[in-house]
Design a protein. Structure first.
Length: 158
């Protein structure tokens, strides 16, 4: 399990610009990577970036869009993990669905947006990659800042 956590941590780093050789994201000049510090507040910068992508969705390149969803979702997930002292862990779609076959009807296939989930100790899951894809498709009602805030609050209990 730690291996997938490490992989998604690296994907988050790629989103933040830590690796010059990673696959490009959409409109990288519109993302202020200098403010991506794995804090909840940094997700407001991500929301602003995603709003630009939503407004310009007709201009998005397929490969770059996949990298954006994967790396951006990993960043959102790593913010959640960072803010909750790793209360959540990453799990691959196939591994999670094997344990929760009842969800297969709702999430029938593994895509870039559903390839991995964040899961807590009770097995409850969160979908930060899907949230990135939905923001790009649907708009600002899919704020990743708000999304992460809810998962962080949930981890702290009632």
């Amino acid at each position: 399990m730690a291996e997938i956590d490490d992989i998604f941590h690296e994907f988050a780093g790629a989103f933040a610009g830590a690796f010059g050789d990673s696959k490009p994201i959409c409109f990288p000049d519109k993302l202020d990577r200098s403010k991506l510090d794995l804090t909840l507040a940094s997700l407001k910068v991500v929301d602003k970036y995603l709003a630009h992508l939503h407004r310009n969705s007709a201009k998005l390149n397929g490969e770059e869009l996949h990298s954006t969803v994967l790396y951006g979702g990993a960043y959102v997930g790593e913010v959640i993990r960072h803010e909750t002292d790793n209360y959540f862990r990453w799990i691959d779609y196939e591994d999670y669905m094997a344990e929760h076959p009842d969800l297969k009807a709702m999430i029938p296939e593994r895509t870039v947006a559903t390839c991995a989930f964040l899961v807590d100790d009770e097995g409850s899951m969160s979908m930060p990659l899907n949230k990135i894809a939905r923001f790009i498709d649907e708009g600002e009602e899919n704020s990743v800042h708000f999304f992460a805030q809810c998962d962080i609050a949930k981890s702290k209990g009632p």
